[in-house]
Design a protein around this ligand. Sequence first.
Ligand SMILES: [Zn+2]
Length: 150
Amino acid sequence: MSQRAPFYLPSGLPTPLPEPDGLSAPYWGGLRENRLLVQRCAECRTWQFGAEWICHHCHALDPDWVEVEPRGRIFSWERVWHPSHTALTGYGPYLAVLVELPQAGAVRMIGNLLGDPMQEFAFGEEVVGQFEHHADGTIPFTLLHWKRIS
Ligand SMILES: [Zn+2]
């Protein structure tokens, strides 16, 4: 297994950036402050993730960004063996999870599951978000990973 410290994934991966129009900038900015922000429509109160300029339910413009507790449950997962980027060559496996947030309309977001990449776990198992700050690069950013509670 490859070295996992100080970051879960190796260096050399593309820096996650908001789109040029800033659509997801509140999400990325929130992560930098250890806050998970998810969009919620001010008109119909529907949650959604990822970022959109309109509400998928009622088509109102500019959904609000609301802070939610970074806790969820594993909806799906994959143990990734194949390097999807050259920086990941020889690195795998690692665990990618689709986490559902019951407190935010059951929106789902992709992340990595921290810990042993060969660990066993169950669908529906509870996870808590872990903010991984990358402050040394030209453009600082933060990733949200997930860790099992049990
Ligand atoms: Zn709406």
